[in-house]
Design a protein. Sequence first.
Lengths: 279, 313
Amino acid sequence: MNRASWNLWRAQVAAILRLEIKKNFLARRGIWIYLLALAPAVLMWVHAAMNLRDHRVCDLGRDNLIFATMFQFFYLRLAVFFGCVGVFLNLFRGEMLEKSLHYYLLTPVRREVLLAGKYLAGVITTSVIFSAGTALTLAAILIHVPRATASQYLFAGGGVGHIVAYLGTTILACIGYGGVFLLMGFLFRNPVIPAALVLIWESANPFLPALLKKLSVIFYLQSLSPISVPAQGDFAFLAILGEPAPAYLAVTGLLLVACVCLWFAARKVRQLEINYGTE
Amino acid sequence: MSEHEITFENVSKFYGDVLGVNRVNLSIPPGITSLVGPNGSGKTTLMNLMTGLLRPTEGRIRVLGVAPDQPERLFQFTGYCMQFDSFPRGMTGYQFIYSYLRLHGKPHEEVESLTWSAIERVKLTDAAHRKIAGYSKGMRQRIKLAQAIAHAPRVLVLDEPLNGLDPLVRAETIALFRSLAEEGLHVIISSHILHEVDAISDQVVLLSSGYVVAEGQIHGVRTEVEEHPMQILIRCTRPSALASRIFELDTVVEARLHNDGKGLLVRTRDPDRFYLMLNRLVVDGVDLESVAPADDDVLSVYEYLIGPDGGSI
């Protein structure tokens, strides 16, 4: 790979990003993704507004735990999961259905570069949407806490670290699930089947043997969550994680899962044929 | 040789058990080449194969020496206007051409200039900043054409490019194809409109049920259809007198008076010899006005080789 090729690929990826990001953010069929991403924030802001109206003092510890539970059991497992289904499965499949993918394939772009550009666009889109959802929810918690308590939590109680960990985990979730669903988009025509299969696999994670646990995205994501949810109550069965992976291993594992999926997807995209009649 | 031609070597394409094209051997030189055949004959499959949108089940394809599975090289010099009337959502004509041209890795100024040049060439300057969704069928067809020619390709593949165009624009578009061919481009066209194919093609490829039935310059193809003797229309005075002399030639298999009574339709197995002999046959009092082949065209060749019911033509 020489410098000229690298510069060309960079310019081509930038051109793909310009096309894809606008399309991803403004797609009408993607409105439900915004709703999923903002649902916890809306709930938390309503909760904050009611507390402020009634002059109730917020229990930061309790709200943090509620957020941790919501983050692990709703946000990562369902919101980010289905958001990535909606974005990444449609990167190629959606354009096949709209009969417009050929415009990309008729340009002097290596198929692998096209794949990388589209994947990157998907990661940027989902990361921005879901990180914004996470940040807005955390803001709602902090807004109705007395300023001194909030400062204490942020700068002496590890709050900044928690926020970075939540945002980082959200982005890693988009990277991991993005890779999985990009590949699934090549393997299946009907997106419901791969989404259901992956959802079952991810949900069964707490009950899997230690080795199989590591072949899922949620295992690494839960390992990265800054506040662990106690194994009690309605979600107890989901909280059983066994031995969580260390952070460095969790990040590496997630990136590895994404890379393996991208490698297989690159093989598939190289063989991709346009035959709209059969779609 | 293959550096200057598009070659198919024993190419077959099957969609599962369904035949797309079978054992195609072709060599397409510069100029306008028309792919002619009924629906399902394999025209679009051939075009998709040569642009890498499909992969051959067997055989080898080279476009000016480049394999179609190398898009990064192929589409530096190839443009393809597909038949599908579909576009990325929400784009104006200008954005459509500009955005995909940026994928060539060229800088903004050059891409902008190429974009306007292509838009002007298809006469859509006034509508360039309107959404494609609001274009008429003919305008959509033209903006697709502009997209295919925007990077100044040496090979231009056009699947049903005249569909939806009104007669005036159709004539202008055909003139554009001619000028591109005169610039040395390979222009490969599929069309159902045979008289237009006849008027613009330098060579034709006749397809039926996935097989190449005939290829080459239309006159050469017609000459090879030996089971149908060439038909020649002679416009003259006293055609019946001429007919009686013409029957003396052993190359003539049929001669009949034209419906309007002002000419003679002759069928001959050796038209070159017939033309040589004709002057000697002309009798006193018969004035020849014109002599011209009557079935030396794509429509006739198509009917002879594929049949009048060969599809939706």
